[in-house]
Design a protein around this ligand. Structure first.
Ligand code: F0G
Length: 351
């Protein structure tokens, strides 16, 4: 049985009374070796497939802790701003806890699968005529204004605590920390969490090393690379379309202290990496999740690729964003239901 990250890693997490634990069996996601892409990257590459969590993104690791602690504190509702995945996760965990859930999202800018999840769980969705950064500001104000409403964005430290468990799982499965960890950066909570996890693992004496943290932003939404906020962030990777990351300091510290970096990749590089993962390794992730591999390939091309064991965190499942695939590849027209028609289609040269 999947016990969830709180019961599995309790000693590493803030105190949560057993009666408040709200879990849907998150965590324990597969670490998948990627032999074909390893050749391209020139290192032993593993994929930490966070799309295998209950709501199909890494957010569930932090949400179980945030919602459980909200329950323990007597909170009656959760609120969050989101580019989609936080909303889907908050909606699911709030349902499980019997809490109300309000999600504030940029109108028309969240991927279809994520919007459908929020609706399915019965959360209240508020679409604003503004971007994620505005939605976060408003959500923070609402939680500050009402005692019984908990903000479940990653500015809530409980989210960071829960998400660091991804680092523990990687160390346990490999038997040691990787040499480098590549992941997408949006609001910058996850890179902060992973670095906290690897640092605590080392401090506890389980290892004497920690990976270089390699964070990648989409070029059109790369405030940490440019050194200033973006007022109108733009990228096909809607999950990381963020112009003013809340955990900026944590992300910069992770890169600095680990000897890593935060760099940017283009939308073209992100989509190409998404295709490679799906077509060469059979792993379908959403565009933002492919930013890690896109970044690794860029470093390799420039002769700066990491060596040894490298883990790329695939933060969300590809089914979250069907439109991004359908805008590139169409379903072919139907043919007659005969052997000849089908065989004729199969003999055609590839797509
Ligand atoms: N990958 C995916 C699939 C995401 O949904 C997000 C963030 C990130 C990467 C970046 O993580 O923000 O911790 O740096 N999604 C948030 C949301 C913002 O609202 O779902 P981060």
């Amino acid at each position: 049985m999947r016990q969830g990250v709180i019961r599995r890693f309790r000693a590493w997490l803030p105190e949560i009374p057993e009666g408040a634990v709200t879990t849907i069996g998150e965590g324990d996601t597969p670490l998948i070796e990627a032999p074909t892409l390893s050749e391209r990257v020139g290192a032993r590459l593993f994929l930490k497939f966070e799309g295998m969590n209950p709501t199909a993104s890494f957010k569930d690791r932090g949400m179980t802790v945030a919602v459980s602690r909200a329950v323990a504190s007597g909170s009656r509702a959760a609120v969050c701003a989101s580019t989609g995945n936080t909303a889907a996760s908050a909606a699911a965990y709030a349902s499980r806890a019997g809490m109300k859930c309000f999600v504030v999202v940029p109108a028309g800018k969240i991927a279809l699968g994520k919007a459908v999840q929020v609706l399915a769980h019965g959360a209240e969705i508020v679409q604003i005529e503004g971007n994620f950064d505005a939605a976060l500001r408003i959500s923070q104000e609402i939680a500050g204004d009402r005692d019984d409403v908990t903000l479940v964005n990653s500015v809530n430290p409980d989210r960071i605590e829960g998400q660091k468990t991804g680092a523990f799982e990687i160390c346990e499965v490999l038997g040691h920390p990787p040499d480098a960890l590549a992941l997408p950066v949006g609001n910058a909570g996850n890179i902060t969490s992973y670095w906290k996890g690897f640092s605590e693992w080392r401090e506890a004496g389980y290892s004497d090393s920690a990976p270089r943290m390699l964070g990648f932003q989409a070029e059109g939404a790369s405030p940490l690379v440019a050194g200033h906020d973006f007022e109108n962030p733009e990228t096909v990777a809607s999950a990381i379309r963020i112009g003013a990351p809340a955990s900026k300091e944590g992300a910069l510290a992770a890169a600095r202290e680990s000897g890593g970096a935060i760099e940017s990749v283009t939308d073209g590089e992100i989509l190409a990496a998404q295709d490679l993962l799906a077509r060469e390794e059979g792993v379908f992730c959403e565009p933002a999740s492919a930013a890690g591999l896109a970044g690794l390939l860029k470093l390799v091309e420039e002769g700066r690729g990491p060596e040894g064991t490298v883990v790329s965190v695939l933060t969300g499942h590809g089914l979250k964003d069907p439109d991004v695939i359908l805008s590139r590849v169409e379903l072919p027209e139907p043919v007659a239901a005969t052997f000849e028609a089908v065989a004729g289609r199969m003999e055609r040269p590839g797509p």
